[in-house]
Ligand binder design. Structure first.
Ligand SMILES: C[S@@+](CC[C@H](N)C(=O)[O-])C[C@H]1O[C@@H](n2cnc3c(N)ncnc32)[C@H](O)[C@@H]1O
Length: 250
């Protein structure tokens, strides 16, 4: 019997290499994201990150004066966050983002790096967005960043990709796609002199128009969609999107 894929499975497996594999490049995308989110939260605003991980975005956002609270299912990711400068003081609830296990209200709730797709059923995604919307003050904003689905990546429901190939290591991505449920199960496979390590990912992607409908069901209005954190236009060629929704003010 294969091991069950739990909410903590992805994070616990990848925690040791997450920051190395997702290091901010010279284009400073994490800093751009923090600038964008700080503007959404407003001066000295409050923010809730669902799937805070190692604090890649939350720590630079907190450094801009925003009071950030996080939720994450993976104790190992949270350990990594705690070990970083500026990470120890951030309140983090270890739990399932499907339940949004937080009280209080926030100026901003955000979920980035396609983390909403970690909920692998449509009804769970709808419920999580409704619970997230309920944590917004009237007029508060929900920001979702995610990749734009591209089923053409798959050939007869599968894809194998060489992510890196060096003299002493390779990293492969082996994926299976089910277009009916919009789910992808993949393994990133790292092969080094120390052996083979598996990093499983299970996701359900959401079409942007589907996301807008989910947000509408949650009582949110679409404010703006761009193709990136620096306000790049969202076009048919965009591989990702940053979308801002708002809880209507009374
Ligand atoms: C792609 S990482 C993104 C981390 C961080 N937001 C960032 O931008 O670097 C996804 C994060 O969501 C967490 N996660 C996945 N499924 C979850 C769930 N059901 N409930 C809570 N956290 C979850 C993982 O542990 C991981 O830390």
């Amino acid at each position: 019997m294969p091991e069950p894929f739990e909410p903590r499975t992805y994070g616990d497996a990848i925690a040791d290499v997450y920051d190395e594999w997702n290091a901010d490049g010279p284009d400073g995308v994490a800093e751009a994201a923090a600038d964008f989110l700080a503007r959404c939260a407003g001066e000295r605003g409050t923010a809730l990150e669902l799937g805070i991980g190692t604090g890649r975005i939350a720590i630079p956002l907190a450094a801009r004066g925003i009071a950030v609270t996080g939720v994450d299912a993976s104790p190992r990711m949270v350990e990594r966050l705690r070990a970083k400068p500026g990470g120890a003081g951030l309140p983090v609830i270890v739990g399932d983002l499907a339940d949004v296990p937080v009280s209080g209200s926030f100026d901003l709730v955000y979920i980035v790096a396609s983390t909403l797709y970690c909920l692998t059923e449509q009804q769970t995604q709808v419920r999580a967005l409704s619970l997230a919307a309920a944590r917004l003050r009237p007029g508060g904003r929900l920001v979702v960043e995610a990749f734009v689905p591209d089923p053409s990546r798959f050939d007869r429901g599968q894809r194998v990709e060489a992510r890196t190939a060096d003299t002493d290591a390779v990293r492969l991505d082996v994926a299976r796609h089910d277009p009916v449920t919009q789910t992808v199960f993949s393994q990133q496979i790292a092969i080094t002199a120390d052996g083979i390590r598996l990093y499983p990912v299970h996701l359900r992607y959401i079409w942007p128009a589907e996301l807008d409908l989910m947000a509408r069901l949650a009582g949110l209005d679409l404010v703006h969609r761009s193709g990136g954190w620096r306000g790049e236009p969202y076009t048919a060629a965009s591989s990702g999107h940053v979308t801002v929704y708002q809880r209507p003010a009374p």
